[in-house]
Design a protein around this ligand. Structure first.
Ligand code: NAD
Length: 472
């Protein structure tokens, strides 16, 4: 539940955002309701004998929409996971997949556990048992339901789940496609670990390509030099901050973690802060930065771009009026409540919404699933052929002109695309195309005042089309 009792729950917040968009659309009442509701939520309680006694764990897997299958969505490990949250996240997955044209329905899972309270062997036993319960009911299945990592889970957990599925389905040749976000040696794909953060970077690059949109946020110029505050230096926040700093010349002036926030107007070295966090379990004590144990105050600090990348509901009715960033990109799912969204919109803050901003993860998960089903690494067949053709072109040019092709360009031009190059290209294309579909609605319809409503309109229309073509 969100802190402020005046606010709706996370799931109600997503429903309100859905309604806001659906009210502007010409869509029959029955179809609208069908698209909005969460189809099912499975709750499981299972016991695992650990440290000499049986511990009971509670897990969820929600399926929001099966208009396309498999359904897709991460599995979160956190000690406050609950049904409302999992259903909200499953709904977001439906609209996210639709917006970025990934052919999946929406799902999400959660296990109520503090992963830091258990050692690796214990976590493996708990994860395998949870996976067993889901696999038994086809809630992990290559053609039905394909989980991925989320908060508190990563490659390691996905590898255990994939192996558990393979053990229970020994003749399924597509077993590896039952989960994504696996390590490379277990059928993963290059570029998946950092995909969500990379997607946030590509989303911001695309936003800054449109002067009109930049001006709408009361900003000017390009992405380079922009002052950024990030909340959560986990998978998503760390990669986004790292790439924006190292490749786009942004200045990361604030980082908020569980134990507080650190700030430096000169910019914080992301890689070093991350090392400090991993070693010390927090950001406290990072040299050369001001520290405040109440990290949330940094959400209200002046900056150009705010990147909430930790958890939901952090910008709410209690603090929305104090948030000064003119541009917020929702790297996390649901970091802004429906109430705060209204306050910020009224003030003219531009919000790049979660269902677009963090879609990089599911996009590359889709590539991984396709790779698993095709049983071949992307680029394996064509890479050297392409390099040979480029070599021929250079030879021809050199022969015709009698001049040497510039050495620095030669190396770049001769490089045939490997898997990671193709993954990045596919992700970049996806983020650009989806942004353009949103902004067309944003600028094209007088009644649409913000990117979130535009994103929902694009998504809902596509889901509705799928239902219509099924004859529902
Ligand atoms: P993660 O567990 O890797 O990282 C979360 C980080 O946030 C951790 O460093 C944690 O210490 C920090 N954190 C937790 N509570 C905090 C608090 N109260 N204040 C400040 N920091 C806090 O998780 P992640 O995978 O990076 O996911 C983060 C968000 O991004 C979630 O909302 C998740 O649903 C969303 N998301 C993740 C992916 C993905 O591929 N991992 C994809 C799409 C969306």
């Amino acid at each position: 539940m969100f802190e402020n009792q005046a606010e709706p729950s996370f799931r109600d917040s997503v429903n309100l955002m859905f309604d806001q968009a659906a009210d502007l659309m010409d869509i029959p009442k029955g179809l609208r309701e069908k698209i909005k509701v969460c189809n099912s939520t499975y709750t499981v309680r299972f016991g695992v004998k650990l440290r000499g006694e049986i511990h009971t764990f509670t897990g969820y897997r929600s399926v929001h929409s099966e208009h396309m299958e498999p359904v897709k969505g991460g599995i979160r490990y956190a000690d406050n996971v609950h049904q409302d949250e999992v259903e909200a996240l499953a709904a977001l997955m439906t609209f996210k997949c639709s917006l970025v044209e990934v052919p999946f329905g929406g799902s999400k899972g959660g296990l109520r556990i503090d992963p830091r309270a258990w050692d690796e062997d214990e976590l493996e036993r708990i994860t395998r048992r949870f996976a067993y319960e889901l696999i038994k009911r086809d809630l992990i299945h290559p053609s039905q339901n394909v989980p991925a990592p989320d908060m508190g889970t990563g490659e390691r957990e996905m590898a255990w789940m994939a192996d558990q599925y393979a053990r229970m389905n020994t003749t399924d040749i597509d077993a590896r496609a039952c989960v994504t976000g696996k390590p490379r040696n277990a059928g993963g794909i290059a570029g998946r670990v950092e995909a969500t953060g990379r997607g946030v970077q590509y989303a911001l690059r695309e936003f800054f390509r449109h002067k009109e949109d930049v001006a709408a946020a009361n900003l000017s110029g390009g992405l380079g030099g922009k002052r950024i505050i990030v909340q959560g230096l986990g998978n998503v926040g760390y990669h986004a901050a790292k790439f924006l700093q190292e490749e786009d010349g942004c200045r990361i002036i604030g980082i908020i973690e569980r134990d507080g926030g650190i700030y430096s107007d000169d910019g914080l070295p992301v890689e070093e802060v991350r090392e400090h966090l991993v070693t010390n379990g927090g950001v406290h004590g990072f040299p050369g930065a001001a520290y405040d144990p109440n990290g949330a105050v940094l959400l209200e600090q002046e900056c150009d771009i705010l990147v909430p990348a930790a958890l939901e509901g952090v910008i709410n009715l209690n603090n929305a009026a104090n948030v000064k960033a003119p541009l917020i990109i929702e790297a996390a799912n649901g970091p802004i409540t429906a109430g705060a969204d209204r306050v910020l919109r009224d003030r003219g803050t531009v919000i790049i919404p979660d269902l677009y901003a963090n879609a990089g993860g599911v996009t590359v998960s889709y590539f991984e699933w396709v790779k698993n089903l095709s049983h071949i690494r992307f680029g394996r067949m064509g890479r050297r052929w392409e390099e040979a053709r480029h070599g021929l072109l250079i030879d021809g040019l050199e022969q015709m002109t009698g001049k040497q092709f510039p050495e620095n360009l030669k190396t770049l031009f001769l490089h045939g695309p490997g898997e990671v190059d193709l993954v990045r290209s596919g992700l970049d294309d996806t983020m650009r195309t989806a942004y353009q579909s949103m902004r067309e609605v944003w600028h094209g319809k007088e009644v649409v005042k913000d990117l979130r409503t535009a994103a929902y309109i694009v998504s809902i229309e596509r889901v509705a089309d799928t239902y219509r073509s099924k004859g529902l």
